[in-house]
Ligand binder design. Structure first.
Ligand SMILES: *Cc1c(COP(=O)(O)O)cnc(C)c1O
Length: 404
């Protein structure tokens, strides 16, 4: 396929890293389901370990199918290299473990993906790492939290489930000026809609489980490094700590990535329609979607992203009970966590993902009792609107009953 670096993202998703197999001509990258690779001689083996001979050694250290996926995402995110991980959280661990150490400090978005925040507050804390969580939609909050020992600024944008958008270029400048690195969790946007590296991020990561794979049938993660030195550092930790991927898993994600542009275009078009429809509906208290003029960072999102994406949240009038009734009444939208799949998923954080948090803490993180998150898929928009409409009718019946 030659050099694909000059192509547009919707071409890259189909061709980057995905060359016909040199041995057989197979157009689909074969699944090299082998844990180890034979050497022709002891000297060749030694050369592969030293890096003076090309070729594979052992699948935890590298594998042709996994390498194809890593090339694909590295090119999409315009990085020096990528590292595929067993899960999104394994990718997060590679970043934290490689870049933090005894006495290091992290400044992170407060509305971080739950476990990404939790491991900093608990497990890394045990090793003397401290973290300050800030509302990163205002870069001043990030700047104020920086300390001499801050090694990492870790930002999620758009953030979950509030859809808050942070200024990535401003965060990159703050990190750079203080000798820290900026890592962006780009899961919600996908590389089609946002390329943090071009805005100055040093590391970009994804839960491949979401948009990149896109079919709700695989978990996986990936880390992309901006420059070769940082990539080498992350690679060493990643391979030795062991959170690497399996070849079959890599092949499934490669298969999913090929349709990323088609899926994101369709899901985003559906999300735009649904967001506008919800905003005009009296049964809805508010809608948070970067594509709406009412979104607090709408202007920034329009500048920083190539589109507002396919995830949105909204408030069902009446609060907890009507919101819960609404999600339980959907027949097409599936009641499930996760996002970025071809099918529409709906969830109610206050009764599901965030139910363990005390209400005050939930509200501080922007997760109100009425908040419903909708991860819009690729179905026909008319069917989705009809489903939401009938579910909201059920919710309105509950909202009409006075609380005793
Ligand atoms: C899902 C998710 C993760 C974690 O990924 P897993 O594949 O579930 O381990 C990290 N960040 C964000 C924003 C996510 O949505």
């Amino acid at each position: 396929m030659g050099d694909t670096k000059q192509h547009h993202p919707s071409t890259l998703v189909i061709h980057a890293g995905q060359h016909a197999d040199p041995h057989t001509g197979a157009v689909s990258v074969p699944i090299y389901q082998s844990s180890t690779f034979a050497f022709r001689s002891a000297d060749e083996g030694a050369g592969r370990f030293l890096g003076t001979e090309p070729g594979y050694i052992y699948t935890r250290l590298g594998n042709p199918t996994i390498a194809a996926l890593e090339t694909s995402v590295a090119e999409l995110e315009r990085g020096a290299g990528a590292l595929a991980a067993a899960t999104g959280m394994a990718a997060v661990q590679t970043v934290y473990f490689a870049l933090l150490g005894q006495g290091a400090h992290v400044v992170a978005t407060d509305a971080l993906y739950g476990p990404s925040r939790l491991v900093l507050e608990t497990e890394y804390r045990r090793y003397g790492v401290t973290a300050t969580f800030v509302d990163s939609t205002d870069p001043e909050n990030v700047a104020r939290a920086m300390r001499p020992e801050t090694r990492l600024v870790y930002v999620e944008s758009p953030a979950n489930p509030t859809m808050a958008v942070s200024d990535l270029a401003a965060c990159a400048t703050i990190a750079h000026d203080r000798g820290a690195l900026l890592c962006v969790d780009n899961t919600f946007a996908s590389p089609l809609l946002q390329r943090p590296r071009d805005l100055g991020a040093h590391v970009v990561l994804h839960s491949l489980t979401k948009f990149l794979n896109g079919h709700s049938d695989v978990v996986g993660g990936i880390v992309v490094a901006r420059d070769p030195e940082l990539f080498a550092r992350l690679r060493k930790v990643h391979r030795n700590m062991g959170g690497t991927m399996d070849p079959h898993q890599a092949w499934l994600v490669l298969r999913g990535i090929k349709s990323l542009a088609l899926r994101v275009d369709r899901a985003q078009a559906n999300a735009r329609k649904i967001a506008a429809w919800l905003e005009a509906d009296p049964r809805i208290a508010w809608v948070r979607y970067p594509g709406l003029a009412s979104h607090p960072q709408h202007e920034l999102a329009s500048r920083q992203m190539d589109g507002p994406g396919a995830v949105l949240s909204f408030g069902v009038r009446g609060g907890f009970a009507p919101a819960k009734t609404m999600i339980e009444s959907c027949r097409l939208a599936t009641l499930a966590v996760s996002l970025g799949g071809i099918e529409t998923l709906i969830e109610h954080p206050a009764s599901m993902t965030h139910s363990a948090l005390p209400r005050a803490e939930r509200e501080a993180a922007g997760i109100t009792d009425d908040l419903v998150r909708l991860a819009v898929g690729c179905e026909d928009e008319r069917d989705l609107l009809a489903d939401l409409d009938q579910a909201l009718a059920r919710a309105a019946e509950v909202a009409a009953v006075p609380v005793p």
